[in-house]
Design a protein around this ligand. Structure first.
Ligand code: CA
Length: 241
């Protein structure tokens, strides 16, 4: 293992957290993973630090002294599109849909594994670097998956899979937002239109069929994951074995 190359700028993470035990573990863990962590211990401090420094990603605890994570998220988002990952405690009453609406990119629940957190951080950063997983003229691709947008064709390992119109639109939307949780409302709205009044099961049926076509094992989906109670996410980080 070589030390990180000195010319490579370390990724700066603003960690907004008020629990000392987490702060310590995070600072050490993130440093080991090649991140520079700056700590803010309450909501006001978080906003002050955000205004002073330049950060690549913000890790934002929800329950904070002075200003809630929700308020911090809203304020930061009004000024910047820096990726924000919400951290909530298990059992906390959290409206994930609201979180995403005020501009959070993703979230993790405490207690989490550092590996999971780092994967989430890398995923939001990768998304910011290239908004589409891989874009070349009218092609959208990730891993074994390739979509030819104009021709409306989809390939898995170079073998064409026939998608219906809505399935194509749904997969495209997911692939255009790699690593991002898309709420059921957003998906239905964007694929079926805001005046759609049908059964929301329709979305699940479409997802199920997409999985049967693009997933290696549709019963254990690795590309389109379900975010319970919220929506779906196209995974850019394969769970490591
Ligand atoms: Ca807290």
């Amino acid at each position: 293992m070589s030390k990180s190359k000195s010319h490579e700028r370390r990724t700066r993470v603003l960690v907004v957290e008020d629990e000392e035990s987490f702060i310590e573990a995070l600072t050490i863990g993130l440093d080991r993973e090649g991140f520079d962590a700056t700590i803010a211990r309450d909501g006001q401090e978080a906003l002050a630090m955000f205004e002073e420094g330049r950060f690549d990603v913000i890790l934002l605890d929800l329950m904070l002294p002075k200003l809630s994570g929700l308020d911090v998220c809203r304020s930061v988002r009004a000024a910047s599109d820096v990726p924000i990952i919400i951290v909530s405690a298990k059992g906390e009453e959290v409206d994930m849909v609201l979180m995403l609406e005020v501009g959070a990119d993703d979230y993790v629940t405490k207690p989490y594994r550092l590996r999971e957190l780092v994967a989430r951080i890398r995923a939001v950063l990768r998304r910011r670097e290239s908004p589409a997983a891989y874009e070349e003229s009218d092609v959208l691709a990730f891993g074994s998956l390739r979509m030819e947008l104009d021709a409306r064709r989809c390939f898995v390992n170079d073998v064409e899979v026939k998608l219906r119109k809505k399935e194509f639109a749904l997969l495209r939307l997911l692939l255009e937002n790699p690593g991002r949780v898309l709420t059921r409302d957003v998906l239905i709205d964007r694929v079926w239109g805001s005046d759609y009044v049908g059964d929301t099961k329709t979305l699940d049926v479409h997802i199920k069929r997409l999985r049967s076509l693009i997933e290696e094992d549709p019963k254990k989906p690795e590309l389109i994951s379900t975010v319970r109670g919220v929506g779906y996410r196209f995974e850019v980080t394969k769970p490591s074995a």
